[in-house]
Design a protein around this ligand. Structure first.
Ligand SMILES: CCC(=O)SCCNC(=O)CCNC(=O)[C@H](O)C(C)(C)COP(=O)(O)OP(=O)(O)OC[C@H]1O[C@@H](n2cnc3c(N)ncnc32)[C@H](O)[C@@H]1OP(=O)(O)O
Length: 287
C-alpha cells in the first residue's frame, strides 16, 4: 500500500512581469549568495573531502525525472560529495525546459538515513557545520522551488536529513512499512537543512512540534503524507503543470498582494493558449 501527498509550473514566456522575475530569481542560483562569508565554491571543495555514493539524475522523455540518492552501504546517507552532487543535479533540473515532474527516491529499497555520520563527526565544529547547513538549505530550497511537481517516494527509512529531504518535495508517497522520522533530537540536533521551516508549513506548528520534539515516526494517515492526486494522468501540457506550480509557489512565498498579481500574470499566459482552446473545443465534462 502506498500513501502520499504532491504539487507545481513555469514558462519561458512568463518573462517580463516583475513578480515573475522575482520568483524566477528566487528559483535559480544560490539562496544565500548575499550571506557574508558564505563562499559556495569553498564549501563545495570542503564537502568533496568526504567522498562516497552519488546522487543520480535520469531525465525521461515523458518530462518526469528521477533523482536517486545512492549510497546503499550506508543506508543512502549523504556524504559530502553527494551534497555537491545534489546541488549540481538541482542546477540541471533548473535548466530543464521540458520537465514537469520529479520523483526523488533512494537506492536499494530505502530512502536516506540523513548525513553521513562519518562526515558529521569530522566537521563537528560550528563553523563547518554552519557552512554545510547553508549549502544544503540552498540546494533543498531550490529543489522545492523547481518548476516541477515533485514527489518523495519513500521506501524503507527517511531519517534525520533524509526526513528533511522529503519536505523539500511537493508530495510524499510512503510505501507500506516505510518510516519518516526526524531523529535530530536523538542526535542532540534540530533540523538545519530547512526541514523545520518546511515541516511547519506542511503540517502546522503543533504537529511539527510533536514530530520534532518527540522524534515521532510520521503516521502516514496524518498530514505529512497523503494521497497523491491524479497529476500524472491525462497528460496535462507541461506549460499548464509548470503554471500550476508557479501560482502555488507565489501563494506560499510572496505577500498576498504580490501573489495575487503573479497569479493574474500567470493566468494571462494560459488563458487562450493552445491547451485552453483545445479544452474549450472538446466540450469535456469534469465528472
Ligand atoms: C542532518 C542531520 C542528520 O541527518 S544526523 C544523521 C541522522 N541519521 C542517523 O542517525 C542514522 C543512524 N543509523 C541508524 O539508525 C541505522 O543504521 C539505520 C539507518 C536505522 C539502519 O539500521 P540497520 O538496518 O540495523 O542497519 P545498520 O545500522 O547495520 O546500517 C548499515 C550500514 O549503514 C551505515 N549507516 C547507516 N546510517 C548511516 C549514516 N547516517 N551515516 C553513516 N553510515 C550509516 C551503518 O553504520 C552500517 O555500516 P556498517 O555496515 O556497520 O559499515
Amino acid at each position: 500500500m502506498i500513501t502520499s501527498d504532491v504539487s507545481f509550473v513555469h514558462a519561458n514566456h512568463l518573462n517580463g512581469y516583475p513578480m515573475l522575475r522575482l520568483l524566477q530569481r528566487q528559483s535559480r542560483g544560490c539562496v544565500y549568495s548575499s550571506v557574508h562569508s558564505f563562499n559556495q565554491q569553498e564549501v563545495r571543495e570542503k564537502l568533496q573531502a568526504f567522498p562516497g555514493g552519488s546522487v543520480d539524475l535520469l531525465k525521461q522523455e515523458s518530462g518526469i525525472a528521477v533523482l536517486t540518492i545512492n549510497n546503499p552501504s550506508r543506508m543512502n546517507a549523504f556524504t559530502g560529495s553527494m551534497m555537491v552532487d545534489l546541488e549540481e543535479r538541482v542546477s540541471q533540473l533548473e535548466g530543464w525546459a521540458d520537465g514537469k515532474g520529479l520523483i526523488v527516491q533512494g537506492a536499494a529499497g530505502t530512502f536516506c538515513s540523513g548525513s553521513d555520520l562519518n562526515a558529521v563527526r569530522a566537521i563537528s565544529n560550528p563553523q563547518d557545520g554552519m557552512k554545510m547547513c547553508i549549502f544544503m538549505q540552498d540546494a533543498l530550497t531550490r529543489l522545492l522551488r523547481l518548476p516541477l511537481i515533485s514527489v518523495a517516494l519513500v521506501e524503507g527509512r527517511a531519517l534525520g536529513g533524509g526526513a528533511e529531504l522529503t519536505t523539500a518535495c511537493d508530495f510524499r508517497l510512503m510505501a507500506s512499512g516505510s518510516v519518516i522520522q526526524f531523529v535530530h533530537k536523538h542526535m542532540g540536533l534540530v533540523p538545519g537543512w530547512g526541514g523545520a521551516a518546511r515541516l511547519v508549513r506542511i503540517v502546522g506548528s503543533q504537529d511539527a512540534l510533536k514530530l520534532l520534539g518527540g522524534a515521532l515516526k510520521v503516521d502516514p494517515e496524518v498530514g505529512l503524507a497523503d494521497w497523491t492526486g491524479r497529476w500524472t494522468s491525462g497528460g496535462p501540457p507541461d506549460r499548464v503543470i509548470r503554471a500550476v506550480k508557479k501560482v502555488v509557489l507565489s501563494g506560499r512565498e510572496l505577500p498576498l498582494s504580490e501573489a495575487l498579481r503573479t497569479e493574474k500574470d500567470v493566468f494571462g499566459t494560459v488563458w487562450g493558449a493552445p491547451a485552453n482552446l483545445r479544452a474549450l473545443a472538446s466540450k469535456s465534462k469534469h465528472k
